[in-house]
Design a protein around this ligand. Structure first.
Ligand code: ZN
Length: 187
């Protein structure tokens, strides 16, 4: 089932996600619906807050993006074709960021028609749980590293506008105000 994607201005986007202790039918159904919603919207990632749940749950899929490569190791073993392990469903992710950063274009399904250059760590180490109750370790770089950092931010109530340069934020300010107004009318 496709879920409604919450837009900027909806207070749930600022909520910190609760740790998921037990994977029950409700969590499995939510993850499946989030995957369907992300794919239908052509997104590479979606966090639970974006569909109205303050939980530490995110889904990602970079397999459709051909012009921005990703590199990935899973539990220490390099994955030759990152697309082969997509989509990812991650619970309670913990990130360790590399010190080196680079700038890249980012958008967000909660901010239609807004993209900006955002500085992110070049690579990231993630420890997370899966729906099967396993703990996995991912080492990612490229687009997947960026997407993981963007989604982990969502799980903590942080949005990509918080990481925009003040000049970029200023250039989007009228769009952001309009979006916020539309959202508050709809709630
Ligand atoms: Zn987002």
């Amino acid at each position: 089932m496709r879920l409604a994607i919450r837009k900027y201005g909806d207070p749930i986007l600022r909520a910190k996600g609760k740790r998921i202790e037990i994977v029950d039918e409700r969590i499995r159904a939510l993850a499946a619906n989030m995957l369907e919603t992300m794919h239908a919207a052509n997104g590479v990632g979606l966090a639970a807050q974006q569909v109205g749940h303050a939980l530490q749950l995110t889904v990602l899929d970079v397999s459709q993006v051909e012009d921005r490569p990703s590199a990935l190791s899973l539990n220490g073993a390099p994955v030759e074709d990152p697309a082969s392990v997509m989509p990812l469903v991650l619970l309670n992710p913990k990130l360790r960021l590399s010190d080196d950063k680079d700038s890249g274009s980012e958008g967000c399904l909660s901010f239609p028609d807004i993209t900006a250059e955002i500085d992110r760590a070049v690579s990231v180490e993630v420890e997370a749980e899966t729906l099967e109750g396993k703990t996995i370790r991912l080492d990612a770089s490229g687009l997947l590293s960026r997407a993981l950092q963007h989604e982990a931010d969502h799980l903590n109530g942080i949005l990509f506008i918080d990481r925009m340069s003040s000049a970029a934020k200023a250039s989007h300010s009228s769009k952001l105000k309009r979006l916020q107004k539309e959202t508050s009318k709809g709630i």
